[in-house]
Design a protein around this ligand. Structure first.
Ligand code: NAP
Length: 246
């Protein structure tokens, strides 16, 4: 029996990048998987095709993380369509570069709405459907722990908030046997942070293993946290960054 056989998962922003790798990996491990997207409808449909090719149920749901009601309704739709919900991966996110002099109130509100508030909304909705053994895994960033260059205060704030939120979730949901963890990737080769981008060499220079992570590296850790071996692991932050923050 596959380790996630009989489980149902929702991955926000599962149409591309790290989220797509996570969605495919959870399906490979036996779960039915719904993904949300905001702009990448075709890519999300391709991920669903991949999930279905593995003999699992797949579903793509349009939901902008900036719209709290849309996030809640995407969780409801995933639970209804898949018949249950065991695993929530709060992955969708944006990056923005602005120093404190440049950043606006609108930048703050957008960053926090998409990267932080949506995780609150999705988690709050998902726990109505989760049974004992449920999993909430949020994708933070190693920039939540260390801020090695200027211009990323809002991004770091939005991801650092997930640490406190995750600890609180762990306390609230532990008695129900639901775990909550935050995964902090470092430089990972996606559209957000391509391994051949203008700042890539500077990022590699910070790392103990001087290469970009592959989205599958992150998916492997998320899949482990989603599985039965991690049932006693909660309230924790998992840095996976090739040693950049070491
Ligand atoms: P990416 O390639 O830019 O993908 C971002 C994903 O988030 C896409 O699926 C996108 O969907 C979704 N998304 C963005 N804005 C959204 C919105 N308003 N509503 C719904 N979905 C939205 O980035 P990635 O590297 O895979 O990032 C995934 C997560 O990892 C993010 O939370 C990011 O902060 C985090 N992370 C990435 C790195 C890195 O180096 N790549 C490092 C640390 C943490 P659409 O295309 O449909 O909008």
């Amino acid at each position: 029996m596959s380790r996630l056989e009989g489980k149902a998962a929702l991955v926000t922003g599962g149409g591309r990048g790290i989220g797509a790798s996570i969605a495919k990996r959870l399906a490979a491990d036996g779960a039915d998987v719904a993904v949300t997207y905001s702009r990448s409808a075709e890519k999300a449909a391709a991920v669903v095709t991949d999930i279905e090719a593995r003999g699992r149920k797949g579903l793509a749901i349009g939901a902008d993380n900036a719209d709290a009601a849309a996030v809640a309704s995407a969780v409801e739709e995933a639970a209804d369509s898949l018949g249950r919900l065991d695993i929530l991966v709060n992955n969708a996110g944006i990056f923005g570069h602005a120093t404190i002099e440049e950043a606006t109130l609108e930048d703050f509100d957008e960053m926090v709405a998409i990267n932080t508030r949506a995780a609150f909304m999705a988690s709050k909705t998902a726990i109505r459907h989760m049974k004992d053994g449920g999993r909430i895994i949020s994708i933070g960033s190693n920039l939540a722990e260390r801020v090695p260059s200027p211009g990323i205060s809002l991004y770091s704030l939005s991801k650092a908030a997930l640490i406190g939120f995750t600890k609180g979730l762990a306390r609230d949901l532990g008695p129900r046997g639901i775990t909550a963890n935050v995964v902090h990737p470092g430089s990972t080769d996606t559209d957000m942070n391509p391994a051949n981008g203008p700042t890539a060499d500077g990022q590699r220079n910070l790392m103990a293993i001087p290469r970009y992570g592959h989205p599958d590296d992150i998916a492997g850790l998320v899949a482990w946290l989603a599985g039965p071996e991690a049932r006693f692991v909660t309230g924790a932050a998992w840095t996976i960054d090739g040693g950049a923050n070491a």
